[in-house]
Design a binder for this molecule. Structure first.
Ligand code: BGC
Length: 764
């Protein structure tokens, strides 16, 4: 084996020295190989490896510097970037969705210098395939992450990861900027829908499953991709709610809330990380040595590389003002531990490379630190299989966009959509009723998919997947055009960059409502993310509330269908609704799923992955400290959300019983076995999300009211009883104490599952 490696090494060295015409050799994943490559790289080549540019930087441009459409790679620009500057990575394509033939051509062109032996290190191409291959035509689009979290089914999350990885490789790309592991603790934030919800345990479990799906269990073969955990760390909690604005996160909450999903991802072997564009406690993510180098790479042993977010070293100078000039900005980010910078345009990338070279020559960046970054990047490139397989062949991926993949997209939507209210069995609907489908989100796929769909903001309808249905189309197909009326009632648009709603054709709405038995009213949000997705209030627009009131005034039963990335405040229209369904952003098969669920072909099993707020000014979380509720008599009930975290109804009737522990005492090294019986006394099978919460009764730091420590989604057939079992370890009882360390304290703990509570004692 050792000998074989030496031969491989020799071949490799020949390639670097001679830049021969031979095809690149397959190299093994050994540190000696990496060191051999590094020892042959020039300073310029090493610096190039740390630089990432966007595809747009390579395209032909007109006299006004606009990309000439359809985008085509300018060979001179390509040569300059890849051969002269030795750029190591390319990303994205913000304004297009290409088919696989075009993608393959692009990948072929950018990899040609390596494949022809002109350069010695392959390009790693990265893309945001965040809810399926959203930049490749014909791929499978899943619910956005918030919907995946609402499935509470790690198996679905893993399948999503597996299919997305396969289809990303079918596109020729090896690196996915996903999953978002930021905790959804600020519902105003435009990227709330990209998170896995508010709970660290749920986010860590689901995020870990997505990473297993992306990277596979046996290394990255031709059907898997390199995952990117993002955005390390604290990005999701901007104080103002606006994207990339300051967050304040005390050490305790950083450790208890924001770290666990990233730590679990590192344990699962995630190979890359993207850094938080904002600042936490006054320190920009990109200069945070303590977080990137000490914690992530040091304490957690992360071996992969850290990529910056979009232009973020430039932001250190222009926005954060922690660097007086670009040179200082580059140095501060690199020395904090950022290994690769998403520069991403020209001529900025040339300036980046020149300033990096200067900084190394002047000793402001050590050779050792540069080598460390390059070593990390090469390690990932080797693990990604790029040396042996810079290109994939189209015909190797027969399952791309296949019916079986679409069925999984539908399954994910079915398990995510959450029933929040169902008065008098309004749902399931019967086939003999006349339905009026209405509302601003009722008749366009862009509302079901949200941002990062075909384009960055996802609002361009030009690429909508042919054959996928809107809510109106799916209802019409189900009950026939004669039974399905349509009146949009209101439309969403952008006004000075902010989403707004305008009411339209109220007479049409009233006439058709009068002809109908029931109204399905689709409310929600305009697709958006990042800065363009900033909003000023969590309240649903007045016009949408007015449309709901107009619907109630008809005295027909009204089902509210919330198609939204954030939980918008709907308090004033909840009571009059006959039923309320939370769809999140369910993807291309969302409407099919909604119809199956609403007509009772399938049972609901989604559960809220966040606490649905009731008031704009009172944002609270289910695991709030016990001190939130000040009054013993409950007359000052501070915690009063619209719906609780973990909430969701279904068509079955479940009875929890017989909650039992194998011991009423836990000692340091024990674990406790917890069992509960759940009986489905209804007539319909259900997948029940069994949730286990632990409450520390007293602690030296105000304990949480309760914390999720286990869940299990289990099929319970009608009339049957299932026993669900959990194990609780001492680590599950720990919290971060005043000294900043994880600790557990003896005493009594409650365990809650469903409506049952029992208690045990921890003895240390
Ligand atoms: C976003 C990242 C994304 C990157 C590349 C940034 O603006 O914050 O999440 O991966 O762009 O598209």
């Amino acid at each position: 084996m050792y000998k074989k490696n030496n031969i491989i090494l020799l071949l490799l060295l020949t390639m670097f020295i001679g830049c021969s015409d031979e095809k690149p050799v397959i190299i093994a994943d050994f540190d000696s190989d990496i060191e051999a490559i590094i020892s042959k790289l020039t300073l310029e080549e090493k610096v190039g490896q740390t630089c990432q540019i966007t595809l747009d930087a390579l395209y032909f441009r007109d006299d006004d510097n606009q990309v000439i459409e359809p985008g085509k790679i300018d060979p001179d620009k390509l040569e300059e970037a890849i051969v002269t500057y030795r750029i190591g990575s390319i990303l994205n394509v913000g304004w297009h969705t290409y088919d696989r033939v075009i993608w393959t051509q692009i990948l072929k062109e950018v990899n040609a210098p390596f494949n022809n032996g002109v350069t010695g290190v392959p390009i790693i191409y990265g893309i945001d395939a965040i809810h399926g291959v959203n930049y490749t035509q014909g791929g499978t689009l899943f619910p956005q992450e918030i919907g995946l979290a609402a499935t509470w089914n790690p198996g679905i999350a893993e399948k999503f990861g597996t299919i997305t990885a396969y289809e990303t490789r079918a596109t020729g790309i090896h690196w996915n900027f996903s999953p978002v592991l930021d905790l959804g603790r600020q519902p105003l934030w435009s990227r709330h829908f990209e998170t896995l919800g508010e709970d660290p345990f749920l986010a860590a479990t689901m995020g870990g499953a997505i990473i297993s799906g992306y990277q596979g269990d046996n290394g990255i073969d031709s059907e898997h991709v390199v995952a990117c955990m993002k955005h390390f760390v604290g990005y999701s909690n901007p104080q103002s709610g606006r994207d990339r604005t300051p967050a304040w996160i005390p050490e305790k909450y950083m450790k208890e809330l924001y770290f666990p999903s990233f730590k679990e991802a590192v344990n699962k072997g995630a190979l890359t990380v993207m850094i938080n564009s904002g600042d936490v406690n006054g320190v920009p993510g990109h200069t945070n040595y303590n977080l990137i180098t000490k914690t992530l790479k040091g304490d957690w042993g992360f071996q992969g590389f850290a990529v910056s977010d979009w232009e973020d070293y430039i932001m250190l100078n222009s926005i954060h003002r922690t660097a007086e000039d670009i040179e200082q900005a580059i140095i501060s980010a690199f020395n904090a531990g950022v290994d690769m910078s998403m520069v991403p345009y020209s001529p900025q990338y040339k300036e980046y490379c020149q300033l990096m070279i200067k900084a190394v020559k002047e000793g402001k960046i050590t050779q050792e630190r540069l080598d460390d970054a390059v070593r990390r990047i090469l390690r990932v490139k080797i693990k990604a299989g790029l040396y042996k397989d810079a290109m994939n062949q189209l015909n190797e991926y027969p399952d791309f966009g296949s019916e079986k993949f679409k069925a999984t997209g539908l399954e994910a939507a079915l398990e995510s959509i959450t029933l929040l209210k169902n008065n008098n069995h309004t749902l399931p609907l019967s086939m003999d009723k006349k339905v009026l489908v209405s509302g601003p989100t009722s008749n366009n796929l862009i509302y079901l998919n949200g941002a990062w769909t075909h384009t960055w903001q996802g609002a361009d309808t030009a690429y909508n997947t042919v054959g996928c249905k809107t809510v109106f189309e799916a209802f019409k197909e189900k009950i026939g055009p004669e039974n399905c009326l349509f009146s949009q009632g209101a439309e969403l648009y952008l006004e000075n960059g902010f989403e707004a709603t305008r009411l339209i054709a109220s007479d049409d709405f009233k006439t058709k409502a009068a002809q109908s038995d029931i109204i399905v009213l689709c409310l929600g949000e305009y697709p958006s993310t990042e800065k363009p997705g900033d909003i000023r209030s969590l309240n649903l627009d007045e016009e949408q509330l007015a449309l709901a009131e107009m619907a109630y005034a008809t005295n027909k039963p009204v089902i509210l269908l919330m198609i939204e990335g954030r939980p918008r405040i709907i308090r004033t229209i909840v009571d009059s609704a006959a039923a309320i369904v939370q769809a999140y952003l369910p993807g291309d098969y969302g409407a099919d799923a909604l119809v199956k669920l609403m007509f009772g072909e399938e049972n609901f099993s989604g559960r809220l992955p966040y606490t649905y707020p009731k008031y704009d000014g009172v944002i609270e979380f289910y695991d709030h400290p016990r001190s939130v509720d000040r009054s013993k008599s409950n007359d000052f009930k501070a915690y009063d959300p619209q719906w609780n975290f973990g909430y969701g109804l279904n068509y079955s009737s479940l009875v929890y019983s017989n909650l039992r522990l194998d011991s009423k005492e836990m000692r340091s090294k024990d674990s406790i076995k917890i069992e509960v019986d759940i009986t489905n006394s209804g007539l319909i099978d259900v997948k029940e999300v069994v949730q286990l919460y632990v409450s520390d009764k007293f602690a030296t730091i105000v304990p949480n009211g309760k914390s999720l420590k286990g869940f299990n989604k289990r099929l319970i057939k009608a009339g049957e009883t299932e026993t669900v079992c959990f194990y609780l370890k001492i680590a599950d009882l720990e919290f971060v104490d005043v000294s900043g360390r994880w600790n557990s304290e003896p005493g009594a703990f409650d365990i809650t599952i469903g409506n049952l509570i029992t208690t045990f004692n921890l003895k240390i």
